[in-house]
Design a protein around this ligand. Structure first.
Ligand code: ADP
Ligand code: ZN
Ligand code: ZN
Length: 782
């Protein structure tokens, strides 16, 4: 007995002198100390011998708020900087078991350090909303069943709706069904609660069954040599339990997906999970179908379109190992995994992998870190590797495998320039006899015509939605501008027929802040009626094509013209419909923005036209040529994916542009190599490391001042190159002003060293009050 009471005393002593440090979702770079309540058993989810575990959620009082945070350390009270009388006890412990294991906490610490972001806010980004809100994790495995002794007689006749719901539950027999399923079947939560209160039904927790081992649903293809070499290397890294970063550098249509599939097979058969990152929501159903047709496995889809409940379900499935193949967009790289064996980042060059607010992480970089952490291979697949990856290959940090041919008969489509200065653009005549310019050269129109007559499809890429980017007064030069941004308003008409000024389909819209206005009938400045649209968006291009390819008798278009952009795919099923129309395979013209560039497989497209995609080569942003070329190559890659050869026509006003010529003649890789050399000479990323500081406020004077003060605060002898402060590219956006400052360092460690002493004091500068300051590590555009 004495030993027993000694033990109890020890526990009480320990809990009296132990504190927990909690990371809270507040913009402060520190964790917070809390004591344990004197009576530990008063804490739900703890026993009297237990301190809330590291990695579990706790509820605490913080100022006047109640917040949920994560326990990150246990410390002795003597080590706390908070005096005893100021310490507050925890309110609640929400988890009996940690919800984040050691490796997830390490990931969070790494993200906080690398991106100079507060740990508590990093954790808030990592956790799904419902987890952050403190909901129980077993929410989704709650089952309901009818109590064994209950019969129909236990109902009073007037409780008709209750009886209905009771009968529905009865169908599921004595084991009942999960709450999820019941809600889907139309049961109402309030009735479940009522029936429970009446002592008719009960809830219980049914742990998920372990998923069955993955089986092949379809035989793999015979790999060509290039594919085989890549698969062998990836599988070898997996078998050796060794981290390796692979750059799978394969031209569009070279069968990168088949490489993923066969590497995955080895990993899945070893009982491990595979994470596949994809750029965009539009891609996930198509991607899912490809993986589902190969493997009989539990596949989980994670993208921004799923609701919070499904997100939590997916999170739990990843964490428990129930999910075997996980296909997700950017944020899936932050999920917890029971036993991850391989990460694939498809279209790894894609800009959507970079988060553009809060924690500005790059999913491919995080994937490489996680691979290192878990000792597993990571495959970055792309036809247009970013310069960063090429440099990592040069440094031996990524292992490159090239896929330079397309399997079967398909040949990569050759690219050809059309000099739009020498060729006149095609004119059409309007109903009123006036002539207008279609923006398409006769050469281009001839090629389109020829392709359609051969029974094939044409894709025309125009990266601008709406009717026209500018509304202009011919009399005085007035232009319709957004009152909140440094930008023109885009003219939207649904079709020529609906061009009345007040129809709901005709309006002016800002593509940066969504400001909308009616289209004026007269110029607001000079009252002239000579308002005209300038430039071409996808709607106008489609309309011009309608006119060009119209049956002269009926003036109906001879071929379907399918417009694919954010406006035409807004509705949930619209992509499906568009796909169906395209896959019928009949001759058609597809007009699309960058939405069509990514990963889509349109087997009957043999001609791709880019009427003015080369503009990006003239932009001030030094990354613009790289991004423009990537987009052009991706779009060009849509041509000739079936059995028939394809071709790509690029209409340009600058056919002598050396970058454009290099790209067209020598291909993306030599183009990229040349850019890389240029960046080296200029000391620009990836030959230096960048941090971009942005400041947002009510005036440019204020935002510039903070950045000047920030420069003055840089430590002596910092050795960084400083560019700015300058006005941001679109300095006024949504009625707020933006300035920026770019820091460049030769050495990454040097940059982080400066940031770690400098950034927090900058946030605390007196001039920074009421302004929003953000730090972007490895920014992708400015
Ligand atoms: P990528 O992802 O590199 O653009 P895909 O994986 O979509 O290319 O492959 C293009 C086409 O080639 C697909 O239809 C695919 O089924 C086919 N394919 C890939 N590998 C092989 C192979 N080894 N043998 C025959 N066809 C293949
Ligand atoms: Zn005017
Ligand atoms: Zn705007």
């Amino acid at each position: 007995a004495s030993l027993f009471s000694f033990h109890i005393n020890l526990i009480i002593l320990r809990s009296l002198f132990m504190l927990v440090q909690v990371a809270l979702p507040v913009p402060l770079y520190r964790v917070f100390d809390y004591s344990l309540p004197a009576d530990m058993s008063a804490l739900p989810n703890t026993t009297s011998t237990q301190i809330p575990q590291i990695g579990s959620r706790v509820e605490v009082s913080f100022g006047r708020q109640t917040l949920i945070g994560i326990v990150v350390t246990h410390i002795a009270q003597a080590d706390s900087s908070v005096p005893l009388h100021k310490l507050k006890p925890l309110n609640k412990c929400l988890d009996a078991e940690p919800i984040l294991d050691d490796s997830m906490l390490k990931l969070a610490y790494w993200l906080a350090r690398y991106y100079h972001y507060p740990l508590g806010e990093v954790l808030a980004v990592i956790l799904p909303t419902l987890v952050r809100q403190g909901r129980p994790l077993d929410l989704l495995i709650t089952h309901w069943r009818i109590l064994p002794h209950i019969t129909d007689d236990d109902f009073r006749a007037n409780a008709k709706k209750q009886k209905q719901q009771f009968d529905m539950l009865k169908l599921y027999g004595e084991r009942g069904a999960s709450e999820d399923v019941l809600l889907l079947e139309g049961m109402e939560r309030s009735f479940l609660k009522t029936l429970e209160d009446k002592g008719l039904i009960e809830r219980y927790i049914q742990p998920k069954q372990a998923a069955a081992p993955v089986k092949l649903a379809k035989m793999p293809l015979d790999l060509n040599d290039e594919q085989q070499i890549a698969v062998t290397a990836i599988v070898a890294a997996h078998e050796a339990k060794r981290y390796t970063g692979f750059l799978l550098n394969g031209i569009t249509g070279s069968g990168k997906t088949e490489v993923y599939l066969q590497a995955m097979q080895a990993v899945l058969e070893a009982g491990k999970q595979v994470l596949i990152l994809v750029p965009e929501i539009g891609l996930t159903p198509q991607t899912r179908a490809r993986f589902a047709s190969r493997f009989a496995a539990h596949i989980v889809l994670l993208h921004s379109g799923i609701n919070n409940t499904h997100r939590l379900q997916g999170w739990q499935d990843c964490r428990t190992g129930h999910a075997q193949i996980i296909i997700g967009t950017r944020s899936a790289v932050l999920y917890p995994f029971a036993d991850l064996g391989l990460i694939v980042v498809d279209e790894a060059h894609d800009g959507s992998y970079k988060q553009q607010d809060t924690l500005r992480y790059h999913a491919a970089d995080v994937a490489l870190y996680r691979g290192l952490q878990a000792k597993i291979p990571v495959v970055l697949g792309t036809a247009t590797p970013s310069l960063e990856y090429l440099k990592l290959v040069d440094e031996g940090k990524l292992v490159e495998y090239l896929l330079l041919t397309r399997p079967g008969n398909a040949k990569p489509a050759p690219m050809q320039l059309i000099d739009a200065r020498l060729q006149s653009t095609h004119q059409q005549t309007q109903d009123d006899g006036a002539r207008y310019d279609t923006g398409l050269t006769d050469v281009l129109i001839g090629a389109i015509q020829q392709t359609l007559e051969a029974g094939d499809q044409v894709l025309i890429f125009l990266n601008r939605r709406g009717y026209a980017p500018v509304l202009l007064c011919e009399a005085c030069g007035w232009q319709a501008d957004c009152p909140r941004c440094d930008a023109h308003l885009t003219v939207h008409y649904n079709s020529q027929a609906q061009r009345s000024n007040y129809s709901s389909n005709s309006y002016l819209k800002c593509h940066h802040c969504d400001w909308q206005a009616y289209i004026p009938t007269v110029c607001p400045d000079c009252a002239s009626q000579n308002l005209d649209t300038k430039g071409m968006g996808t709607t106008r291009l489609s309309e011009n094509l309608h006119a060009i390819f119209a049956n002269p008798q009926t003036s109906k278009a001879l071929y379907p013209i399918i417009q694919i952009d954010r406006d035409t795919t807004r509705r949930k099923d619209s992509w499906e419909n568009i796909y169906q129309r395209i896959n019928e395979g009949k001759p058609a013209i597809l007009v699309g923005t960058q939405m069509v560039a990514k990963g889509h497989h349109f087997p009957n497209v043999t001609l791709v036209c880019l009427p003015n995609a080369d503009r990006g080569f003239l932009s001030a942003d030094f990354r613009s040529p790289e991004h423009t070329a990537q987009l052009m190559i991706q779009v060009a890659g849509r041509a000739g994916r079936g059995d028939k050869a394809g071709r790509v026509l690029i209409q340009t006003l600058q056919p002598d542009n050396s970058l454009l010529l290099k790209l067209v003649k020598d291909g993306y890789l030599s183009f990229a190599r040349e850019l890389l050399q240029e960046r080296k000479m200029m000391g620009l990323p990836p030959h230096s490391h960048a941090a971009l500081i942005r400041c947002e406020g009510k005036t440019l004077a204020a935002t510039t001042q903070v950045l000047k003060d920030a420069i003055a605060n840089l430590p002596n002898g910092h050795n960084l190159a400083i560019l700015g402060p300058i006005d941001a590219p679109m300095s006024k956006k949504n009625s707020r002003y933006h300035s920026q400052l770019l820091l460049l360092a030769k050495d990454r460690r040097q940059l982080h060293h400066v940031l770690s002493q400098w950034w927090q004091p900058v946030l605390a500068l007196p001039s920074a009050k009421y302004l929003k300051l953000t730090l972007d590590i490895d920014p992708v555009g400015w």
